[in-house]
Structure formats: C-alpha cells, structure tokens
Design a protein around this ligand. Sequence first.
Ligand code: 8YV
Length: 318
Amino acid sequence: MQKLFISYPAPPNVIKKAQGLFITTAAEKAVKAEEILAYALQYDPDAILVSHQKRISAEIISKLPKSVKIIATSSVGFDHIDIQAAKAKGIEVTNTPDVLTDCTADLAMMLLMNACRRGREYLEIMQEGWGKSYSQSEMLGLKVSGKTLGILGMGRIGQALADRARGFGMKILYTNRTRLSPELEKGAVYFSDFKEMLPLCEILSLNAPVTDETKNIMNDETFGLLPQDAVFVNAARGGLVDESALIRALESGRLFAAGLDVFQDEPNYNQDLLKFHNVFLTPHMGSATRETRDAMGFRALANIEAVLRGEKPQDSLW
Ligand code: 8YV
C-alpha cells in the first residue's frame, strides 16, 4: 500500500476513506509547511494532501523526498503552491474545482445580503437588548432585488453567483479574461475593461483568483470608480484588495457596506475592519459545509489515486 500524509484536520469521512486506500497518517491539527517537510523526510510518503492555509514554497518543494509524487490541495485556489517548482521536480499538483462552486457562491450571496440589509448591525441591536423601536427612516438597508451586480471573474463560482443573483432579478455585468459564450453568459453584459464596468456596479463581487494581473486590483483608484453607496463583496482572495484602500473607502463613506470572507493576512486579519459596523465578516468559510468539505476531500483522494496508479489526474494543474 502506498503512503499518504494528510497535513490538516480533514473531515472524518475523508480520513476514513483515505485509510481504506492508503497507509494514512492524518495530522490532528493544521501543521506548518516546515512540519510537512519534516514529516515527509522521515516517512517518505507517496502523496501529501494539503489545504490552502500553508504556503508550499519552491524551497519546501525542492527539499521533498523523491517518494512524493503528488501534492493534492483540498481547495480550488492554488496560489499557495509553487506549481512551477513542483513541475520542475516531477511532482503532480491537483486542486478540487466544481465541488465547492455552489457553497462558495452561496456564501458570496450571504455576504451580499448581509451587507445590503445590515445583517451585522441588526444582530448587534438584538444582542444589545433591542432597547428602542426604530422609526420608518432609521436603520435602513439597501434593496437587493433588481440591483446591478458587477462580477470580477466569471469562472465557475462567478457564474454560480450570477445564477443566484438572477433569482433576485439583478442585472449582471462582468469582467473576465475572456468573454463567455452566449449560453454561459445568459444575458450578462461583458466588459473587457474592468474600470469601465466599475461606475455601473451598485454591488461589486470579486470571484477571481489572485495573479500578478489581479493582485490589489481593488485600490484607491478602483474603489473611487465605484458609484457612491456601492456594496463591496469579496469571497475570493484577500490579495485582490489593497485593504488600506478598502478602509479609506469605508471611512470616507463611499461604500454603503462590505461583505468579506477573505483577507490580506489570514488568520491575522486587520482588526481595523471590525470598527465598521457596516462590514459583515466571516473567517474564510466559502466551502465550509459538511457536504462540500467531504466532496473536496474525496475529489483530492481521487486525484491521488489516479497519480499513484500512474494516470493523469482529473484536476492536474500542470
Ligand atoms: C479553502 C478556498 O480551501 O478552495 C479554495 O480555494 O479558499 C477554500 O475552499 C477552504 O477554506 C479550506 O481551507
């Protein structure tokens, strides 16, 4: 039997399945990238399963033993792994697309709804004892139905968010590296220039990976291009946003509200964001449902099985 190291506390169903397939060692708590290396050097695993929290750098990869044939990440994003270094060393890298699309889009919708409808402030009022009743002109949110939603990144998750927003009668605008086919576009309006789309976005949602091109794509200039009282949603990656610029956009009152699941520095996020009661925050939980975390683990195991059988895995990132 081949050997697998699971480097984070995976769901019990995933560990059970892995144990039936491989000689499995599963970390009980998330381990640091250096500890993954130390483990690998001691036990020579054939495969390593990681989550997105650890940066698997070129240096770590260069030191991995020859036994390692695949690094499978239980995430769709793979900005934490140096793919080129892995490729150079002949180590396959795989991710888990598709299975987390619905839940991540659901969470983006939850952020959007809570930002527009002041979810955090209403909860705070209830927690404080609901000391007074509110007049018809107080504590008003923004109507969600019928709004214009701009989406940066119309991949699987962006499209799933658009489908949900259509249910709310929203008009969809989007920017993407390439324009979608009319069947996938479903009436959404394509902008090749992100900056041209921004002034039209009553709500803006980021659903793109972070790359050299998209890093800090939200900055003072781009926040300034949004209309007054826009709502900003990010369930993709913190690296897409210059957080100081976001704070300035909140301070100046340009943004009505924001919904954030991801941050520049996780889990040590910038606590200045907390002081804005119109910011609804969640701790990077896009894929965090029982069903989806099992599905992600199973998909990663299927990729590992394929590689260890000598086949090309379904989700190869090479
Ligand atoms: C995380 C994600 O992987 O898939 C991604 O890219 O960011 C999430 O699904 C998840 O939170 C596990 O850490």
